[in-house]
Write a protein that binds this ligand. Structure first.
Ligand code: F6P
Length: 363
């Protein structure tokens, strides 16, 4: 019997369970493959005693509709920088990849399918280079991976954000308020841009287009002067103001300092300081965007990714990451996939279309 280990690492994302189910269902059609899951990324394998679970058709029945991951996940315990206690009680970070690969082999594992974001895929690549047959499955609600058209979880996050946005529009209109809604996305504005187009926002602020506060103030005042007394703003957590247009430095709101809730309340204060007299209210959607059942589109991507990952294992094609490109499910070398990000093109079709719909980016 051959054994495969499956792990989910990094932040969770709607669709993880559908990937696990896809792997197990495809593997169960082969006579000679067993699938095992490691709890909380690869920590379940690294710990003694191990925390592993055998996965079969019954274990994964119906889990594709569930949010989260039945295996649990964590950002802690990265084997590339593992905190190891020293005899003097201090901690030193060590590279435990060679040890991990030996351990996988000594436990009888023939291959690993590692489901996770850029951090997890860097681990996949390191294990592969150390001699472990590995296939990666990309995961992020941020959709910021350039090798795939969409990552599963993104459309669910947009749906959640868009539903909340619709609710904010009616209360903004009733109270003649300015509503600011902050969404996730790390250093990419995809969730914000899709939500703004879907919801019909007046203003959309994304990290790829630093905003000018004066432009925002003019737009907001213009709306009130026209007698359309409410404004709905979507802001990505990584958005920041153009240097010199507000007193705070770019560093505080900049690309490398994404802080949940940070930009939403900062923008609110900036608008008040700039003389916006209307009531302003802030909503930080936070982790609601990562939770709950995946929408159908994400279930499809995730399920196909799971089947495809198992098929790569069966074909002996390792060091590969499954992707969706030009409507086709295929694979690229993990190394290639983790070296480039996909952010919104400020001059691209989507931003131009959003501008055509009257959405201001504050530029
Ligand atoms: O990368 C996914 C993501 O949800 C980002 O959009 C967000 O910045 C981050 O993870 C939040 O991570 P944490 O789990 O540490 O709160």
């Amino acid at each position: 019997m051959k054994k495969i280990l499956v792990a989910t690492g990094g932040g969770d994302c709607p669709g993880l369970n559908a990937v696990i189910r896809g792997i197990v269902k495809r593997a169960s059609q082969e006579k000679d493959w067993e699938v095992w899951g490691s709890f909380e990324a690869l920590n379940g394998l690294m710990e003694e005693p191990t925390r592993l679970i055998k996965l079969d058709d019954k274990t994964v029945a119906g889990i594709h509709v569930l949010g989260g991951t039945i295996l649990g996940t964590t950002n802690k315990g990265n084997p590339m920088n593992y905190p190891e206690r020293q005899p003097d009680g201090t901690f030193k970070t060590v590279n435990r990849i060679p040890w991990l690969v030996d351990r996988l082999k000594s436990k009888g594992f023939d291959a690993v399918i590692n489901i996770g974001g850029d951090g997890s895929q860097a681990i996949s690549q390191a294990m592969f280079e150390a001699g472990m047959p590995v296939v990666g499955v990309p995961k992020t609600i941020d959709n910021d991976l350039s090798s795939t058209d969409f990552t599963f979880g993104f459309q669910t996050a947009v749906q959640t954000a868009s539903d909340s946005f619709d609710r904010l529009v009616t209360t903004a209109a009733s109270h003649h308020r300015v509503m600011i809604m902050e969404v996730m996305g790390r250093n990419a504005g995809w969730i914000a841009l899709y939500t703004a187009i879907s919801g019909g926002a007046e203003i959309c602020l994304i990290p790829e287009i630093p905003y000018d506060l004066d432009v925002l103030v003019e737009r907001i005042k213009g709306r009130y002067n026209e007698g359309r007394g409410f404004v709905n703003i979507v802001i990505a957590e990584g958005a920041y103001a153009k240097e010199g247009t507000i007193t705070a430095s770019k560093g505080e709101f900049g690309r490398h300092s994404v802080r949940l809730g940070g930009v939403c309340f900062s923008l609110s204060q900036q608008l008040k300081d700039a003389g916006i007299e209307a009531d302003i209210r802030e909503t930080v959607l936070g982790h609601t965007q990562r939770g709950g059942t995946p929408i159908a589109f994400d279930r499809v991507i995730a399920s196909v990714f799971g089947v495809k990952a198992m098929e790569l294992v069966l074909a002996g094609k390792f060091g590969q990451l499954v992707i969706l490109k030009n409507n086709d499910y295929t694979a690229v070398p993990i190394q290639e996939a983790i070296s480039s990000y996909n952010v919104v093109d400020p001059h691209g079709t989507l931003v131009q279309a959003a501008k055509g719909l009257g959405i201001s980016f504050g530029d």
